[in-house]
Design a binder for this molecule. Sequence first.
Ligand code: IMP
Ligand code: MG
Length: 177
Amino acid sequence: MKAAMSTILITQEQIRRRITDLGRQISSDYSGGTITVVGILKGSFVFLADLIRAISPEIPIEVDFMSVSSYGDATTTSGTVHIEKDLGISVNGKDVIIVEDIVDTGLTLLHVYNILSGRGARSLRVATLLEKPGNSKYDRPLDYVGFQIPNKFVVGFGLDYAQCYRNLPDIRVLDEI
Ligand code: IMP
Ligand code: MG
């Protein structure tokens, strides 16, 4: 399947503008503070790279990544979670923003939230580039959402299909997979 056989859902320019807005909002919310940004691998890395550069340079930001996989029943929150790559930093007492590429079932996010909360984060907020409404088992508000999208499988800007297409500079719907 070629990337050309896909329809652009969100353009580069739309993404750029929205990330600028989110950066402004975060800069205002955390003015005078320090932010610990936790990116969920792999999908978040493109969004995260742009988002942190849209935040005021006056706010100190530390960045780390973690990778989790959940097993079992995707329709309940009881599945077990395996940490494939853990953080190298402590989040105890820190103001943390979890960065996701997309929240679909919300299970990945729920697991990461619970892990970081258990480790004593002082505050926890969530930034996600995309949200598919209606599916989420994550019942807290998503603090910073780039775009709500329809229930379609999308790729690009970090999101993959079979590990490919993460490099696309926009968000596309694969016509058929
Ligand atoms: P969750 O279902 O909210 O736990 O989402 C888990 C992960 O599934 C996301 O972080 C993405 O990596 C992946 N995912 C969910 N929907 C899509 C999609 O439409 N395209 C690409 N990856 C997706
Ligand atoms: Mg993926």
